[in-house]
Design a protein. Structure first.
Length: 200
């Protein structure tokens, strides 16, 4: 499921999802709630306000859970953007993580990330995810270009979920970036890549 990729291409490899704000919110919620069986006391809240050392912030979602007798807080920002996500947006999320004393920040976007955003996130342990449609992850090769499957075809032929995400993080080699499929069908990846506290 994980492969090394040139980040300039990887974060824009798949077409953006045709997704409504309500569908986007539901997908984000489903990603995290899928990990409930793997993590004790996991709770997802939408639009939670948390007071930090420099003001009060309204987060798109928060995820709280217990591990080894300790409480963890993950802050989630969902960006339904058309233009690529810049480094500054990831920096702001990281500053909010520090302000409220959270363990991790996760940004989930309908748009690709600029290289500066990816490099900052890898350095500071912010998880980045892009959202696309499951049907776009299936490729047909041949002499004649083949149009992408419809959502119904992808569901019927491959049992494909309507929406999936791709996480971008540090790769196995210095300076490389890995891309990992994110779906409620793979809660172990949600735990390892979106909930686990970054090691620095």
């Amino acid at each position: 499921m994980t492969d090394e990729a040139n980040v300039h291409l990887a974060t824009a490899h798949y077409p953006p999802a045709d997704i409504t704000p309500a569908e986007f919110e539901e997908f984000v919620t489903q990603l995290f709630t899928s990990a409930q069986e793997n993590i004790e006391g996991l709770a997802v809240r939408l639009h939670e306000k948390i007071r930090g050392v420099d003001g009060t912030y309204d987060f798109d979602a928060t995820v709280r859970y217990e591990l080894a007798g300790m409480s963890f807080l993950v802050l989630v920002e969902a960006k339904k953007h058309k233009n690529p996500i810049k480094r500054e947006l990831v920096q702001v999320l990281y500053q909010k993580v520090q302000s409220v004393g959270a363990q991790k920040g996760v940004m989930i976007s309908t748009a690709p990330y600029q290289i500066g955003a990816v490099e900052f996130a890898k350095t500071h342990g912010v998880a980045l995810v892009t959202v696309t449609e499951g049907r776009f992850t299936f490729e047909a090769r041949g002499g004649v270009p083949v149009p992408p499957l419809s959502r119904q075809q992808a569901a019927e032929q491959f049992n494909s979920p309507t929406f999936v995400g791709h996480h971008y993080g540090p790769g196995g080699e210095p300076g490389s970036t890995s891309s990992t499929l994110m779906s409620p069908e793979y809660p172990e990846y949600i735990v390892d890549l979106l909930l686990a506290s970054p090691v620095r």
